[in-house]
Design a protein around this ligand. Structure first.
Ligand SMILES: [Zn+2]
Length: 197
């Protein structure tokens, strides 16, 4: 007896089955879908699965610069009135204040700009790893249905550490996540055939 056609050869998309608990269907969603759910931002899931660190926007940086310059200007004004009124304490204090605020502001704004560049540089790589991942609401794990680029289930923390590390966001990985270890990357062998209904 020969079977005429094999059952699993259709071109239908493979249903994502969680390798952690075997769940499929509504409890398994892609990470972008899971993050887009308003409930996820309330529960903090969106943050735990965040694709990239939040960087200050350019307009925020402009505001920070202006605020810093206004404060430095106040210091300079104080120094100026010290010169006018022959009060050396004001002159020295105002000058020190103005210089510190000016230098501080430049450093902050430069740091923000560097962060923006870093996040932008890793965006494509982060997106490639983040987008195809699936989140299982039943056991809270994250996995790639195809087993690639990472075989087996990851916790949300492990997943974010993986994506951020690969995208070059090491510096932004918080202390808590630094201690999180990724599981050994063992090939899972031939994937369990999604046959049993
Ligand atoms: Zn699961």
């Amino acid at each position: 007896m020969s079977t005429e056609k094999s059952e699993g050869s259709g071109a239908a998309p493979v249903e994502a089955v969680c390798p952690g608990c075997g769940a499929s269907g509504p409890s398994v969603r892609t990470v972008p879908d899971a993050c887009a759910d308003p409930r996820s931002s309330r529960s903090g899931l969106s943050d735990r699965l965040a694709k990239a660190p939040g960087a200050q926007s350019k307009s925020d940086s402009v505001m920070h610069f202006l605020e810093g310059m206004v404060l430095a200007g106040i210091g300079a004004g104080l120094a100026h009135s010290g010169v006018q009124n022959d009060k050396p304490l004001y002159t020295v204090g105002g000058t020190v204040l103005a210089v510190l605020l000016f230098v501080g502001t430049v450093l902050v704004v430069r740091g923000e700009s560097r962060d923006r560049t870093l996040v932008a540089a890793g965006r494509e790589r982060a997106d490639r790893l983040w987008r195809p991942a699936h989140h299982c609401a039943s056991c809270e794990s994250v996995f790639y249905p195809t087993g690639s680029p990472w075989p087996g289930p990851l916790t949300a923390d492990q997943f974010r550490k993986y994506v951020w590390t690969e995208a070059g966001y090491h510096k932004h990985i918080e202390e808590r996540l630094r201690k999180v270890e990724l599981p050994p990357r063992t090939p899972t062998g031939p994937e369990g055939a999604p046959g049993h209904a």
